[in-house]
Design a protein around this ligand. Structure first.
Ligand code: PHE
Length: 462
């Protein structure tokens, strides 16, 4: 059954929930959520701007000490409650403190992230066409830059590419969890890995590739500040789809016998591999052709096409590369969309189809401000940022860490060790007590303290 049917029986609402059908499906969908433009667009851009290996090191620490425990906590809560991000907290925390606010924040974060994410995904889709038709074939960044500007400063084009993306993922989400999300991600993930290895090998075998590798793996700590640490932690949250109920919602579709700590660790490691592979695909080529590594968000759309054009067989690899980005973005957007759709579906008892349509309309509205932020709404600024940058900055650096903090506090101080042990050992079926004890300490003490300090320091509050 793909559409959860809502049946009223004796005044009570019983929901037959859809879910992932196989362990492999769980892995594909969860990894599909984690792997996305974060690996290919954000990770290289932020690494390039913030000192290369030193930034990666801090990002790694945040992933291990904060990201992984939060991911496990989310999946655990979702599977235990078998509910959307708001209802999960209603079910598990009926007390005075409104923990369900975490779900409401997740609902808002999903809209804001999708607001800019669908636009970047739209550019990626457009670039498949541009690369195939030779429009961005130039080794001169001034030419590729003009091509990119032409796209982002056109209000019509910006909106159209965003709508195409919204319609595509809306159609998949309407098919449901097992037939839509699970089936799509299972097919797309192997394609993504294959393409990434191919492009990585091409880049590594270029003469002069070593300098790019050195940049990726030799740390320069002088570039690190409080704000950079916050950005690294924000990236860890964004990368692993944490702090907004995505992993919680997916956890609610997990099978009972899924080993959550093992699954989460695999997803974290695979996601890290993809980020590093993306770095290996991009930086050696950037250095080999004498481009600057710190171009920021436009690295993917301005620098990369010029780099590809400069290499032998570059135009073919450029098309493959943007297909890869589109594949990665699709799995991530499905998981972003699933958060509000499942909330509307279950909390407000709407059919899945209606929940999807309403969410898409909302997203088109919220997203249009980001889509038009280089044209019609360019002058619209808050805290010196246009809508695109504001959505991006506030979600990664404020909303997601705050959501993660609430989840840690809830699990560590309210739900408690006994519940966590029962849930993560699959009620005694797994003998992983030491792992659980370690995780509990991370969730209760280490992660909340780190999140608080990094946020307060990075935002300039202390
Ligand atoms: N993890 C995704 C990426 O790296 C983005 C994402 C964030 C997806 C939050 C879901 C929730 O691209």
């Amino acid at each position: 059954m793909t559409v959860p049917s809502v049946a009223k029986a004796a005044g009570k609402t019983a929901i037959t929930r859809d879910g992932f059908t196989t362990g492999l499906g769980v892995l594909a969908a969860t990894l599909g959520s984690a792997v996305g433009l974060g690996n290919i667009w954000k990770f290289p851009a932020l690494t390039g701007m913030n000192g290369g290996a030193a930034f990666i090191l801090i990002y790694l620490l945040c992933t291990l000490l904060v990201g992984l425990p939060v991911m496990i906590a989310e999946q655990m809560l979702g599977r235990h409650a078998r509910a959307d991000a708001i209802r999960t907290f209603r079910k598990l925390a009926p007390g005075r403190f409104p923990w369900w606010i975490t779900g409401v924040m997740g609902f808002a974060a999903a809209f804001l992230i999708m607001g800019f994410y669908t636009e970047v995904a739209g550019w990626v889709f457009a670039y498949i066409v541009k690369a195939a038709s030779g429009q961005v074939l130039s080794t001169d960044p001034a030419v590729t830059s003009a091509a990119f500007e032409g796209l982002v400063t056109s209000p019509l084009l910006s909106l159209v590419v965003q709508w195409v993306v919204l319609l595509l993922i809306g159609a998949i989400i309407m098919m449901g969890v097992s037939k839509g999300i699970e089936r799509t991600t299972k097919r797309l993930m192997p394609v993504l890995f294959g393409l990434l290895v191919l492009v990585g090998l091409r880049s590594l075998t270029l003469p002069g590739a070593g300098e790019g590798l050195a940049f990726l793996f030799r740390p320069d700590f002088s570039a690190i500040s409080g704000e950079v640490v916050l950005i690294a932690m924000g990236l860890a949250f964004f990368k692993l789809s944490l702090g907004m109920g995505t992993m919680l919602t997916y956890g609610s579709y997990f099978r009972e016998d899924q080993n959550i700590p093992a699954t989460a660790t695999r997803v974290m490691l695979a996601d890290l591999t993809v980020s590093l592979l993306a770095g290996i695909a991009i930086f050696p080529a950037v250095f080999a052709f004498g481009f600057a590594p710190d171009a920021g968000p436009s690295l993917l759309f301005v620098t990369i096409p010029a780099v590809f054009t400069a290499m032998p067989l570059g135009s073919v690899f450029m098309v493959l590369f943007f297909i890869l980005c589109a594949v990665a973005a699709t799995g991530a957007m499905l998981s972003l969309l699933e958060v509000p759709v499942s909330i509307l579906n279950e909390q407000f008892q709407m059919s899945r189809r209606r929940a999807t349509v309403i969410t898409l309309v909302g997203l088109a509205l919220v997203g249009s401000l980001a889509a038009l932020s280089s044209s019609a709404t360019a002058g619209l600024k808050l805290f010196g940022m246009n809508a695109f940058d504001l959505y991006d900055y506030t979600t990664s650096n404020i909303l997601l860490p705050l959501g993660g903090l609430l989840i840690c506090l809830f699990v560590g101080w309210v739900w408690g060790y006994k519940n966590m042990k029962a849930a993560l050992s699959n009620h005694g079926a797994l003998s992983n007590e030491r792992v659980i004890t370690g995780l509990f300490l991370l969730v209760k003490f280490v992660a909340p303290v780190l999140i608080l300090i990094i946020m307060l320091n990075g935002l300039g509050i202390v």
